[in-house]
Ligand binder design. Structure first.
Ligand code: NAD
Length: 430
């Protein structure tokens, strides 16, 4: 892993260029994609302490018990399109450092970065057969779920695929950790720092063209959105939509024509059910890339929780604005949403922040932080409908996921044997 992290740094530009070419995000964002995965490789370098077992000597006279963590055997990972480097790096470095072999299925939409990473892993000295890449779609995934040799599956992607894989693999007795869709909310209090909050909303709402599972797609303005709208629109309008490869681009295209059509449809359904399109990014034309799947930054105001655009994950550069009279009402709106990947509050009040931290039902909480994804010594802790499984990705939970715990009870004592007892051993009888 030390060598792998060195090689990933060496080839950072090559990886980023591949991601931009296949996925569309900007080069700078593609570097971030690699970098956030690299952090997991660095975490794996120091993971030995997390694999340590526990030991109690003399649990009874002459008897010690200790636990050891062993590899599971063959593990597999199934990846989404939106982070072609980061998500594979959430998976195989942890799995192989725990002593497993790994079968990785990248997204069929952008498998190139996973191939480069696999080459780097070989160059770093990973033995042949330890990391294996398979390409394909549903049939390959179903085969992975059904295969008797595979013991555990890490999945990241949509809820439809994630719940299917969770159920199918679990019915074969496999462990599954499944990170899925999201609708991440920000609550903006009237006392929030104006400039910093606006910049956070713009960056987290429109970065990567909204195709991040931790994108801030919905903002609940306590006291109403009107005081914020003009400045929000101004800053969103200033963003440059262009091919990811072009200098100065803020937003690249979305992944496919199908994704673009779906985003358009959800914007349309929002306006038809009463939302105000205060900024409409549909029908944007990017000179030189007229056939590209671009969607410009879009802001829908007066959104309510019964609207389809609110209930569905849009996964595009669309920011929904809602309103609440109080922090309590805003928290209720967020908690009534089925997803629980992340939620943030923007405020200058410690009391409001603390109430939010305690009452909000989301796995990753930001306080004046728009995308609260922790570094890998914590875990990625999505919850509610955004996660299925018991053990999250990376950190301590990641090590537990990729290992089987075994406890050993040993007796070394130099006492005369006192005959046979068929009673259940207890501490008094040993
Ligand atoms: P997707 O579910 O379409 O595809 C993910 C993987 O599942 C791909 O490898 C694909 O081949 C496979 N797959 C898709 N449908 C399948 C089916 N019916 N049967 C078997 N396999 C199937 O997801 P996507 O569009 O690539 O990624 C976007 C989604 O991923 C969004 O919902 C996003 O929120 C989510 N995501 C979540 C996280 C997280 O950590 N929670 C991170 C990144 C992305």
């Amino acid at each position: 892993m030390f060598k792998l992290q060195e090689l990933i740094r060496r080839d950072m530009d090559k990886l980023a260029l591949n991601i931009t070419t296949e996925q569309g995000k900007t080069l700078r964002d593609a570097q971030g994609d690699v970098f956030r995965g690299l952090e997991v490789v660095e975490h794996a370098c120091g993971m030995a302490t997390l694999q340590m077992g526990e030991y109690v000597s003399n649990v009874s006279s002459g008897i010690d018990t200790y636990s050891i963590r062993e590899p599971l055997g063959v593990c597999a990972g199934i990846c989404p399109f939106n982070f072609p480097a980061m998500i594979p790096l959430w998976m195989f470095p942890m799995a192989v450092t725990c002593g497993n072999t790994f079968i990785l299925k990248p997204s069929e939409k952008d498998p190139g970065a996973a191939m480069i990473l696999a080459e780097l892993a070989l160059e770093a000295g990973l033995p042949d057969g330890v990391l294996n890449i398979v390409h394909g779609t549903n049939d390959i995934v179903n085969n992975i779920c059904d295969d008797d040799d595979i013991r555990a599956i890490s999945f990241v992607g949509s809820n439809t695929a994630g719940m299917h894989i969770y159920a199918r693999a679990a019915s074969k007795g496999k462990r599954v950790q499944s990170n899925m869709g999201a609708k991440n909310h920000a609550i903006v209090m009237p006392d929030a720092s104006i400039d910093a909050t606006l910049n956070s909303l713009i960056a987290a709402g429109f970065g990567a063209a909204g195709q991040r599972c931790m994108a801030l797609s919905t903002v609940v303005f306590v006291g109403g959105s009107r005081p914020w709208e003009d400045e929000l629109i101004k800053r969103a309008k200033a963003l440059k939509v262009n091919a990811g490869i072009e200098a100065g681009t803020d937003l690249g295209p979305v992944i496919s024509r199908q994704a673009k059509d779906r985003i358009y449809r959800l914007i349309q359904s929002g306006t038809e059910s009463g939302a105000r399109a205060v900024l409409d990014g549909r029908n944007i034309v990017v000179p030189g890339y007229e056939a590209g799947n671009f969607v410009g930054p879009t802001i829908l105001a007066d959104v309510t929780s019964d609207m389809e655009c609110y209930k569905e994950e849009i996964f595009g550069p669309v920011l929904l604005c809602m309103q609440a009279e109080s922090l309590e009402e805003a928290i209720t709106i967020v908690n009534n949403n089925k997803y629980g990947n992340g939620a943030s509050i923007f405020t200058s009040s410690g009391i409001a922040a603390r109430k939010f931290q305690n009452d909000i039902e989301a796995g990753q909480v930001g306080i004046n932080v728009p995308i609260p994804v922790p570094l890998p010594f914590f875990s990625f802790t999505g919850s509610k409908a955004s996660f299925a499984g018991d053990l999250n990705f990376y950190g301590k939970a990641g090590v537990q996921f990729y290992t089987q715990i075994k406890t050993v009870t040993q007796q070394w004592k130099d006492l005369p044997v006192q005959g046979v007892s068929l009673a259940m051993p207890t501490s008094q009888k040993t």
